[in-house]
Design a protein around this ligand. Structure first.
Ligand code: AMP
Length: 423
């Protein structure tokens, strides 16, 4: 127990984090290009926020939340997603009082009590954006295009945007009726979960992954036949804008997504050929969520992408990550006096922008050179007692194995110069 992490969680070790930093760098950069500002909300919120914001009858709220009472007997929940939290913060800080739309992005851990497997964890990370206060279909298309822009910059290939409109509550009500009518006679053939969904949330049956339900819903009436005029024309325009932005997409009238709050546009981005957990991002419009969370009616749209899945897909597709920062200089000090000089030289070099490592174990010269090689240090500075007594140090270029004596007072300037020339 003491040496094992909880199921469904990951330790991100240094080698892995090189990849994370690279992906996160692209995310921050693209968010800025599209005019989004970062927001950081708490890891836990009042449970009620997710019950309201995500929806009582969703898998997330019914089965997947990490909910606990704190010592003051308040029910709190580790956030399973960040849209509800972002809406809460938007309302709490009256961000609507400035100019609209408000465009926010977040990046951080989410928690769901899911069945762990490759690409599915209990603690995972999402990057997401939310746009509050814009109802034009152009923003729907732009949000999808932005997600694709991120994946493309990272080098991901073979992605498909699956697109649907889930309509407004009116279209949904109409769809719900015809769907229940259609499923009524087949109720006993549905999987036990879907039998339970029939009354509460029949739309989710369309999304069921089980084979038996798959066959039944293949013939079921889909929402596209039930869209009202407003939802229909909004959806048409989203598609026109996507074509303008040259974002290819496939229509999937069965795409429902697991959260209750979506209206009109819903989309999912799927990476082909990476197995079961192929959804690397998804989102949609939620024109009633802000109201549901206690605000005045205001439309919204957003998406979230899973960082672990992006990294898995990058690895799967054989995409190279930039290398870890290399050590510029290794300081090999021999003896107490040299060590004292060494630590100061290291600090001066770092202040000048060089990546510097030292020996902290008082090892032999041979062992220190070995350490320098392991770090792939460009240069090793050897501080020997005899050379130091003459105000000299040895500078060794590790690749060629060439070395020369350099006066101590010129050392920092010459190494800084060397680094500049190398660039
Ligand atoms: P959702 O919030 O369910 O719409 O998920 C958005 C994205 O988050 C998905 O496309 C996945 O990339 C990622 N994701 C969702 N759940 C998990 C999980 N349990 N483990 C890892 N990634 C996840």
């Amino acid at each position: 127990m003491l040496t094992t992490r909880p199921r469904g969680t990951n330790d991100l070790l240094p080698e892995e984090l090189v990849k994370w930093h690279y992906v996160e760098g692209v995310l921050h950069q693209v968010a800025e290009l599209y005019g989004y500002q970062e927001i950081r909300t708490p890891i836990f919120e009042h449970t009620e926020l997710f019950q309201r914001g995500v929806g009582e009858s969703t898998d997330i709220v019914e089965k997947e939340m990490y909910t606990f009472l704190d010592r003051g007997k308040r029910s709190l929940t580790l956030r399973p997603e960040a849209t509800a939290s972002t809406v809460r913060a938007f309302l709490e800080h009256k961000l609507y009082a400035g100019s609209l739309p408000v465009k926010l992005y977040y990046l951080g851990p989410m928690f769901r009590y899911d069945r762990p497997q490759a690409g599915r964890y209990r603690q995972f990370h999402q990057f997401g954006v939310e746009v509050f206060g814009a109802q034009e279909p152009s923003i729907d298309a732009e949000v999808i295009a932005m997600a694709m822009d991120i994946y493309q910059r990272l080098g991901l290939q073979n992605l498909v945007v699956e697109l649907n409109s889930v309509g407004c509550p009116d279209c949904r009500q109409a769809h719900r009726r015809v769907l229940q009518e259609y499923l009524k006679e087949k109720l006993t053939d549905l999987c036990p979960t879907c039998q339970g969904r029939f009354e509460k949330n029949p739309l989710r049956i369309l999304d069921c992954k089980s084979e038996q339900c798959g066959e039944i819903v293949a013939e079921a009436p889909t929402i596209d036949q039930m869209l009202c005029d407003d939802c229909h024309s909004h959806f048409q325009l989203v598609q026109e804008y996507l074509q303008k932005l040259q974002v290819p997409y496939t229509l999937n009238p069965r795409l429902v997504r697991g959260l209750d709050y979506y209206t009109k546009t819903a989309f999912e981005i799927v990476a082909q050929g990476i197995g079961a957990q192929s959804s690397i991002g998804g989102g949609g419009r939620y024109d009633h969520l802000i109201e549901e969370c206690g605000g005045s009616p205001l439309p919204g749209i957003g998406y979230a992408m899973g960082i672990e899945r992006i990294i898995l897909t990058l690895e799967e597709q054989g995409i190279e990550f930039p290398h870890q920062t290399k050590t510029d200089v290794f300081i090999a000090a021999l003896g107490k006096t040299a060590q004292k000089k060494g630590i100061k030289i290291a600090q001066d070099l770092r202040k000048a922008g060089l990546v510097v490592e030292c020996d902290y174990l008082g090892r032999s010269l041979k062992a220190q050179l070995k350490a320098a090689n392991r770090l792939q240090a460009q240069t090793t500075v050897i501080l020997g007692e005899a050379e130091l007594a003459n105000g000299q140090v040895i500078v060794r270029e590790m690749k060629e194995g060439l070395q020369e004596e350099v006066p101590l007072e010129e050392l920092v300037a010459s190494l800084v110069q060397g680094k500049k020339e190398e660039k």
